[in-house]
Design a protein. Structure first.
Length: 248
């Protein structure tokens, strides 16, 4: 469940301002690889708009009309051309192939069932041109952290932000971990002093454990070529924060 969370696209961009090493990584990869680009779960285009600004033809697919509208607004404001498509990454048909397909910022983890992930990978495969790359990043689940999700509402101070409309906004999150489903079930609360809990939105996110990841890809007809543990390209290891996966 994530629709309500992503219906606040402007607040999403304020809470997660983007930029940084993930944008640099994807811009660098696309720059080296060249060609046409497809991002699934593109949101407001935090990565796609800079890539399109580098001159690559870009298509972004997302479930959320609100996230796409904000992406379109920002791209228009910057004079950058991106084709925005409302769709579901579990099954889509754009009728053409791409040289570089990516899914970033844990967007893939909104697919909770194994079948949904495999179905997404199959759809990706159908959209890969010969020699194309599929790259995605998901967090590396820490069993200790997952087990610590006790349902208690806590402040996420690092995510607090200033909204030009409302003023200072605090962010609280309560999470539990559903172990058989491998899903962290969260509720996010956004508040100001005068408007407590003006947003209360569920957000569920799956874990993909390191051993199952290549098997899911294989079922989808894809092969894991390389797995990095951070944005600088360090090899994936037990204590890595990320699983940054290069596939073909
Ligand atoms: C964490 S945001 C990441 C957005 C963007 N990739 C970025 O880096 O800022 C996840 C995005 O995935 C989208 N999403 C979730 N489930 C989806 C699905 N089944 N198909 C397409 N998009 C989906 C959400 O609407 C949201 O915009």
């Amino acid at each position: 469940m994530s629709d309500a969370f992503y219906s606040h696209a402007r607040l999403y961009d304020l809470m997660f301002p983007g930029g940084g090493p993930a944008v640099d990584f994807y811009r660098g990869e696309v720059g080296r690889h060249g060609g046409s680009v497809l991002e699934l779960g593109c949101g407001t285009g935090q990565k796609l708009i800079p890539i399109a600004g580098d001159g690559h033809p870009c298509v972004g697919v997302d479930f959320s009309a609100e996230m796409l509208a904000e992406g379109r607004r920002k791209a228009d404001e910057r004079g950058v051309a991106v084709e925005w498509v409302q769709g579901d990454m579990r099954d889509f048909d754009l009728g053409r192939t791409f040289d570089f397909v990516f899914i970033t910022a844990n967007s893939l983890l909104h697919l909770q069932e194994g079948e949904d992930l495999v179905s997404c990978f199959r759809a990706v495969r159908r959209h890969l041109a010969p020699g194309a790359r599929f790259v995605f990043d998901v967090f590396n689940p820490s069993v200790g952290l997952l087990a610590g999700a006790d349902g208690v509402r806590r402040a996420r101070e690092a995510l607090a932000f200033r909204d030009p409309v409302r003023g200072e906004v605090s962010v609280d999150v309560a999470e539990t971990y559903d172990a058989p489903a491998q899903v962290t079930r969260g509720t996010w609360y956004l508040s100001t002093d005068s408007e407590p809990d003006f947003v209360v939105a569920p957000l569920d996110i799956r874990s993909i454990f390191p051993q199952e990841l290549p098997l899911l890809l294989e079922l989808g007809g894809l092969r894991l070529v390389e797995r990095f543990g951070d944005w600088s390209g360090r090899p994936f290891a037990t204590d890595s924060q990320l699983q940054l996966c290069i596939c073909e």
